[in-house]
Design a protein around this ligand. Structure first.
Ligand code: G6P
Length: 470
C-alpha cells in the first residue's frame, strides 16, 4: 500500500482534534503509511532548514519553525489579508501590500527545501489550501517528480477579482504545476475554468501577458463532508448530554436557534444578528419563546479587519440585548470561545434551527455537523446561505441570501413554525446528502484520482499528502 504525506500550514496538535477535516486527515494517515508536514507553530530567530519529527498521538508529524517576520508576511499578510479576502470576494477588505508576496514565496520555498529530503521518488503529495499554492512549483524547482495534488478549502474567486490580486499570474502558474487541483464546489471549478479559458489580461506596458498552460492539470470539484453518523453518536454522548442539560436549564420552553462560526467577516455574523432582530421586531410572538446562541471563537485577531468585525458584532449584539432583553428574559447569548465537538453536537441536537449564513464559504462543515446531530424523530431545520458550497448539496435546507436580512428573518420564521412532518422529510433528504458526501469518501476519491494505482497495492507509488486545515 502506498505511503501518503499530508502537508498543511497548521499541523494537528495533541488531544482531541478540533475540526472534522483534521479528524479525517488523521484517519487517512492512520490507514496508510506516511506523515503530516507543516508549520510547528513556533516563531524563531533563524528559520529551520530541516523538519523535526514528532509523534502526535501516534501520528508522524514533521514540522518547521518560521521567523516572526516571514510568518507575518506569509500568514497574516499575503495569505489572510490578500488571498482570503479576495477569494471571498471582499476586495474592499484586502490590503494590497506588495512586500508580503516575497515572504509568502520564501515560506513556501522553506517548506519545499525541508520536505524534499524526506520524500521518496515515488511518494505522492497532497497540498492543502491557499497558504501553500506555490509549493508544487517550489518542489518541482528542486527536482521533485512526484504526483502532487492541491485542495482549495475556500472558494475560488471570479476572474475579475482574481485579476485584482497582485501576482495572480504567478499563482495560477503555480496551480498549473499540480497534477490535480480539487475545489469545494462546481461554482469554483466554473470560476477557475472561466479564468483558464479567457485569460488575456494586459500588463502595465499594455503587452498581453503570457498565458498559463493548464493542459497537464486536472481540475474538479470534490465537495468535502463530515462524518454525520459519528455526529449522531456524539450528540447523545455523556459529554453532549451534560452540555444539553446545562443549556436546557437556561432555555426552559424556549426554542433554540444556534450559530457556530469562527469570528470571521466572511461568516455574515452582523447580518445574522440583524435578521434575528427583525424576527423579534416583526413577530412579537417569538419574544420570550426563542433564544439565539451564537458561538464565535476569535480568529486571526492580529488583523485589523477581524478586530473590526468583532467590534461590530459586539455592538449589534449589545443593541439587540438593550432593545429586547427584560429582567427575566434575554434574546441571545453570544460566546466568544471555542467548544469541543461533543458539546457542539449536543447543542446542535437541542437547537430547533441551525443558522448557517456565511456571505461566502468554501463548504461550511457546521451545516454538515448540524444535520448529523439531529434527532431523527424531532429534527431541527437548517437555514443555509446559498453562497456556501454546502448549498450545492443541501437544497432541502431553507436557502437564503444572507445579505438580505428580511429574507433570513422570514426563513427563521418558517423554520420555527415548520410542522414536524416537514421537518422530518427535509431532514431525511439532508441526512442522505450528508452521508453521500462523507469525509472518508472525500479523501478517498481525491487520492484515487491523484494516484489511481496507489490504492490497490500493486502500484509502486508512495503517497504524500500535503495539507492546510480548514
Ligand atoms: C479556514 C481555512 C483553513 C484554516 C482555518 C482556520 O477554514 O480554509 O486553512 O486553517 O480557516 O484559520 P487559521 O487562520 O486559524 O488557520
Amino acid at each position: 500500500m502506498s505511503r501518503i504525506v499530508i502537508v498543511s500550514n497548521r499541523t494537528p496538535g495533541k488531544g482531541p482534534a478540533a475540526g472534522g477535516l483534521a479528524v479525517a486527515l488523521r484517519k487517512t494517515l492512520a490507514e496508510r503509511e506516511g506523515f503530516w508536514f507543516g508549520w510547528s507553530g513556533r516563531l524563531v530567530e533563524q528559520p529551520s532548514s530541516e523538519a523535526r519529527f514528532e509523534d502526535v498521538d501516534g501520528l508522524k508529524v514533521a514540522q518547521v519553525d518560521l521567523t516572526r517576520q516571514d510568518h507575518h508576511a506569509y500568514y497574516a499578510g499575503f495569505s489572510n489579508s490578500i488571498l482570503w479576502p479576495s477569494f471571498h470576494l471582499r476586495l474592499d477588505l484586502a490590503t494590497l501590500d506588495s512586500t508580503w508576496y516575497e515572504g509568502y514565496r520564501r515560506v513556501n520555498q522553506q517548506f519545499a527545501r525541508a520536505l524534499l529530503p524526506l520524500l521518496k521518488a515515488d511518494d505522492i503529495i497532497w497540498v492543502h489550501d491557499y497558504h501553500l499554492i506555490p509549493l508544487a512549483s517550489e518542489l518541482r524547482a528542486l527536482g521533485a517528480r512526484n504526483r502532487i495534488g492541491f485542495y482549495l478549502h475556500i472558494p475560488f474567486p471570479t476572474a475579475d477579482t482574481l485579476y485584482a490580486i497582485p501576482n495572480h499570474l504567478d499563482l495560477m502558474r503555480d496551480l498549473s504545476r499540480y497534477d490535480l487541483v480539487g475545489m469545494q464546489a462546481n461554482r469554483d471549478v466554473a470560476a477557475f475554468t472561466e479564468f483558464a479559458e479567457h485569460q488575456s489580461p494586459a500588463s502595465i506596458s499594455g503587452d498581453p501577458l503570457q498565458s498559463v498552460d493548464f493542459s497537464r492539470t486536472e481540475v474538479d470539484a470534490f465537495p468535502i463532508g463530515s462524518d454525520p453518523d459519528a455526529f449522531a453518536r456524539l450528540a447523545v454522548s455523556p459529554a453532549a448530554t451534560k452540555m444539553v442539560n446545562r443549556m436546557r436549564r437556561v432555555l426552559g420552553d424556549q426554542r433554540l436557534i444556534i450559530g457556530v462560526d469562527r469570528l470571521d467577516y466572511s461568516k455574515g455574523l452582523p447580518q445574522r444578528v440583524e435578521a434575528y432582530e427583525k424576527l423579534l421586531t416583526h413577530d412579537a410572538r417569538f419574544r420570550r419563546q426563542v433564544h439565539f446562541l451564537q458561538v464565535a471563537p476569535p480568529s486571526r485577531d492580529t488583523i485589523k479587519e477581524y478586530q473590526e468585525t468583532s467590534e461590530t458584532l459586539d455592538s449589534i449584539c449589545g443593541r439587540v440585548m438593550g432593545r429586547f432583553a427584560e429582567l427575566d428574559w434575554q434574546p441571545l447569548t453570544y460566546v466568544k470561545r471555542a467548544y469541543g465537538q461533543p458539546s457542539l453536537a449536543g447543542l446542535y441536537r437541542l437547537a430547533r434551527v441551525g443558522l448557517v449564513t456565511p456571505l461566502r464559504d468554501g463548504m461550511n462543515l457546521v451545516a454538515h455537523e448540524y444535520i448529523g446531530s439531529q434527532n431523527p424523530a424531532d429534527p431541527g431545520v437548517l437555514v443555509l446561505s446559498r453562497f456556501a458550497g454546502a448549498a450545492e448539496i443541501f437544497d432541502a435546507a431553507l436557502l437564503v441570501n444572507p445579505f438580505d436580512t428580511d429574507e433570513t428573518a422570514e426563513a427563521l420564521r418558517l423554520a420555527l413554525d415548520m410542522p414536524l412532518d416537514e421537518r422530518i422529510s427535509r431532514w431525511q433528504t439532508l441526512m442522505a446528502a450528508a452521508r453521500a458526501h462523507n469525509i472518508d469518501d472525500w479523501s478517498r476519491s481525491f487520492l484515487d484520482r491523484l494516484a489511481p494505482a496507489s490504492r490497490n497495492g500493486s502500484g509502486t507509488r508512495d503517497i504524500l499528502y500535503l495539507a492546510s486545515v480548514a
